[in-house]
Write a protein that binds this ligand. Structure first.
Ligand code: AOF
Ligand code: ZN
Length: 362
């Protein structure tokens, strides 16, 4: 039964997807005499924590009951008072936690408060699932750098476009719908100027009541046309450029309230992507969905900035020596240099297959 309640808490936590960044997704379920008497989740950034919502929603007195929380209750005075204190004051008999909080402000102190108060605390139930759900939060809270997901869609023979450059659509409807759900979950979507010039994407989430991520364009000379969709649809856009930027375009872009131009990179060197990532992290952007093209993907991979890879494969063959593949650039010289993925998951979307995994470090 413990597992079912924690599973329910994890399910509830997902209702905050796209609304709580850069804070964690958290769900809580209160159980008394074998029945759920209260449920809650962290609904939006800066709002009450999951535990507070669950206590508020409880249909009866919570004294002596058990609470299942997907993240260790907090111990700090932040935007809200500590949840561990609340649980103690309310007289909970047992607290079941999926994972400890990596936030250095908490990191075990919440559990300590509860145990010192004589409350039974169990830690680690469905921990792997909880950690995966908060993979963005776990990286960001410890490094202040965004969690980067490199996403691509290719044919069975590894092409992302035809020899003529046509790329809409390689994958089917189901795959594309799923991509929009991921876009809804992340804080930023990034593409290179090549992709922008060839596809003119709008880079919005387009899911029901989805929150649109910030758009990030890597454009070393500011070749972006003023009529580009990203400049003419709602939502913020950050354009990263270098000292080689076009002065006139810069002035035109400065006129737009929704656009920020970041000069990050010396003349002739391309955009300094590490600088860009730190800049995004400092702005509270905890996650970036990297959507290409192949040159930008290569640079991000080569600089060790990619955390997760998601590749959709469509059962089609396009051929063409010159046709683009997901990752271009000069490539790694030896097999030992390859980027290796671990914790692989395979999912079917219609006739397409998604392979995803995490970049192995060291
Ligand atoms: C949340 N929601 O349900 C829980 C959190 O900025 P604050 O004051 O809201 O505190 C954020 C920290 O609180 C967060 O980094 C995490 O360590 C802890 N727990 N946060 O936003 C919640 N339980
Ligand atoms: Zn809290």
């Amino acid at each position: 039964m413990d597992m079912d309640y924690m599973d329910r808490a994890l399910e509830l936590s997902r209702r905050g997807e796209g609304r709580v960044n850069p804070n964690p997704l958290v769900g809580a379920v209160i159980v008394k005499n074998g029945r759920i008497i209260g449920e809650g989740w962290h609904e939006y950034y800066g709002g009450p924590h999951a535990e507070v919502n669950a206590v508020r929603n409880a249909a009866e007195d919570v004294r002596g009951s058990t609470i299942y929380v997907t993240l260790e209750p907090c111990s700090h005075y932040g935007k809200t008072p500590p949840c561990a204190e609340l649980l103690r004051a309310k007289g909970f008999g047992r607290v079941v936690v999926a994972m400890t909080d990596p936030n250095p402000l908490v990191a075990g102190k919440g559990i300590e408060i509860l145990r010192e108060a004589g409350i039974k605390v169990d830690v680690g139930l469905l921990e792997a699932k909880a950690r995966k759900l908060n993979e963005i939060f776990i990286k960001y809270i410890l490094t202040k750098q965004p969690f980067v997901i490199m996403k691509s869609a290719m044919t069975l023979d590894g092409k992302t476009a035809t020899s003529g450059g046509e790329s809409k659509w390689i994958t089917g409807k189901e795959s594309r719908e799923y991509v929009h759900r991921i876009r809804n979950r992340v804080s930023g979507i990034m593409v290179g100027i090549g992709t922008l010039l060839s596809d003119d994407p709008s880079l919005t989430a387009r899911t029901e009541d989805g929150c649109d991520p910030v758009r990030i364009i890597v454009d070393s000379r500011l070749r972006i046309p003023m009529d580009a969709k990203v400049l003419n649809s709602p939502g913020k856009t950050i354009i990263a450029t270098t000292e080689d930027y076009d002065r006139r375009r810069y002035e035109e872009l400065e006129e737009l309230d929704s656009v920020e131009v970041l000069i990050a990179g010396k003349s002739g060197m391309g955009v300094d992507l590490k600088h860009l990532m730190s800049h995004l992290g400092a702005k509270g952007i905890d996650s970036v969905l990297l959507e290409g093209g192949s040159e930008l993907n290569w640079s991000m991979v080569n600089e060790g900035l990619v955390d997760k890879v998601m590749t959709f494969i469509a059962p089609k063959i396009l051929g063409g020596c010159e046709s683009k593949t997901p990752v271009g650039g000069p490539g790694f010289p030896g097999l030992d240099d390859a980027l290796v993925l671990q914790d692989i998951e395979v999912t079917r979307f219609g006739v397409d297959t998604l392979i995803e995994g995490y970049v192995r470090r060291g």
